[in-house]
Design a protein around this ligand. Structure first.
Ligand code: TXA
Ligand code: MG
Length: 316
C-alpha cells in the first residue's frame, strides 16, 4: 500500500465517518484519530499503535461547548481554564459522560479532553458530527511525530490517510491536568506552562506516585529513541562516553562531538520545544552511538522538555 498524504480535511472526514483511523495535525504533535463514540474505530487506534489498553486517549473537540458531549460536569475553574487556553495545548481530565466508550478512557470514569489550536484540525473537527479520540501518531513508546513525514515513516503503511498540516508549532504534547475532587493536579507538563495555569486557577499540585492506569505518558520509559540517551552535564558525560560516536542535544551552545545539535541558538524555550522531537529522531537515525542531552532550565516549556528527555533516557 502506498502512503496517502494530503491536505483535504473533507477527505479525512469521509474516512473518519466510515470508522477509519486518520493521522491529523495538531499544534502539539500529530495525532492518530478516530470517532470517539465508535468503539470499533477506537480499537483500531490501539492496534495500529500497538498501544496497551490501559493507556487512555485524549478526546479532541472543535468548539468549547462540545465539552458537554463528553463531560458530565465542569469542576470549579474548568471554565476559566477553557476560556484562557482553548483552543490550545491544555488537556483537562474531567468526569466523563456514560456515552464515552470505556475503550477511550481505559474504563476510568474520567475523560481527557482538549480543543486543539491547529486550523486544519479545527476545520476537520467542526465539519464532523463527533469528537475525535487521538493519541500521538507514533508506535507506542517511541518519540512523538511533529511532521507528516514522521508519521509516514512509521505508520504510513498502516493507515489510509495522513492529513498534512505542516510542522507542529508547539512541538511537545499538551499539558494534562485533572480535577481530583478538591484540587487540580498536574499529570504531564506540556505545551502550556504550569505557571500560566496557576496564574488562572491558583496552585496546581504535582501528581503523586501513579497507580495503574499509569496516567499521562507517565510510564517511565516513553518518548524514547532506540539509541541510549543520557541527560546531565554534557562535558562530564562526554568524558564518560569518550571513544563512542556522540550526538549532543543542547539548548544553545555547541560541543565538539560527532553531531552537536542546539535546539535554539537564541536560547528560546518555545523554539527549543518545537525542535526537540525532530532532533531526537534525526540523531536516532544518524550514525551516532549515544545521545547526550543538557538539562534545560526548569521553567516554562523547559519543564516539558526536561520531562521528555528524562523519559527518553529511562531504562527500558
Ligand atoms: O498534545 C497532545 O496531548 C497529543 C495530541 C495528539 O493532542 N496527544 C497525546 O496523546 O499526547 P497521548 O495518548 O500520547 O497521551 C495522552 C495521555 C496518556 O498518557 C494518558 O495516560 C493520559 O493522556 N490520559 C488520557 N485520559 C486520561 C484520564 N482519564 N486520566 C488520566 N490520564 C489520562
Ligand atoms: Mg504519546
Amino acid at each position: 500500500m502506498s502512503v496517502h498524504v494530503g491536505t483535504d480535511p473533507e477527505h479525512a472526514g469521509q474516512l473518519l465517518r466510515r470508522g477509519e483511523v486518520v493521522a491529523i495535525p495538531t499544534e502539539t504533535v500529530y495525532g492518530l484519530a478516530a470517532n470517539a463514540f465508535d468503539s470499533e474505530a477506537v480499537l483500531r487506534i490501539f492496534t495500529t499503535k500497538q498501544r496497551p489498553s490501559f493507556d487512555p486517549l485524549i478526546v479532541h473537540i472543535g468548539r468549547p461547548a462540545d465539552v458537554h458531549s463528553v463531560v458530565r460536569e465542569l469542576p470549579p475553574g474548568a471554565e476559566d481554564l477553557m476560556h484562557a487556553f482553548w483552543p490550545g495545548p491544555l488537556t483537562l481530565v474531567l468526569p466523563k459522560r456514560p456515552e464515552v466508550p470505556d475503550i477511550v478512557t481505559s474504563g476510568l470514569d474520567t475523560v481527557g479532553v482538549r480543543m486543539p489550536a491547529h486550523p486544519m484540525a479545527l476545520q476537520l473537527l467542526q465539519l464532523l458530527e463527533f469528537p475525535l479520540a487521538a493519541p500521538s501518531a507514533n508506535p507506542f513508546g517511541y518519540v512523538s511525530p511533529t511532521t507528516a513525514q514522521h508519521v509516514a515513516d512509521q505508520l504510513g503503511e498502516a493507515i489510509p490517510y495522513i492529513l498534512d498540516g505542516g510542522a507542529c508549532a508547539v512541538g511537545v504534547e499538551s499539558t494534562i491536568i485533572g480535577w481530583e475532587g478538591d484540587r487540580w493536579v498536574l499529570y504531564r507538563p506540556g505545551g502550556v506552562p504550569v505557571e500560566a495555569i496557576e496564574a488562572v486557577i491558583g496552585r496546581v499540585d504535582a501528581a503523586m506516585q501513579q497507580v495503574v492506569p499509569a496516567a499521562p505518558g507517565m510510564l517511565e520509559s516513553h518518548y524514547a529513541p532506540r539509541k541510549p540517551v543520557y541527560v546531565g552535564d554534557v562535558t562530564t558525560l562526554q568524558e564518560k562516553y569518550a571513544g563512542r560516536r556522540l550526538g549532543v542535544i543542547s539548548f544553545s551552545r555547541s560541543y565538539t562531538v560527532e553531531r552537536s545539535m542546539a535546539l535554539s541558538l537564541q536560547g528560546d524555550l518555545a523554539e527549543a520545544a518545537r525542535n526537540l522531537f525532530a532532533v531526537l529522531r534525526e540523531l536516532d537515525a544518524s550514525d551516532v552511538d549515544v545521545i547526550l542531552a543538557e538539562r534545560f532550565p526548569d521553567e516554562g516549556l523547559g519543564r516539558a522538555i526536561n520531562d521528555r528527555l528524562r523519559r527518553a533516557a529511562a531504562k527500558r
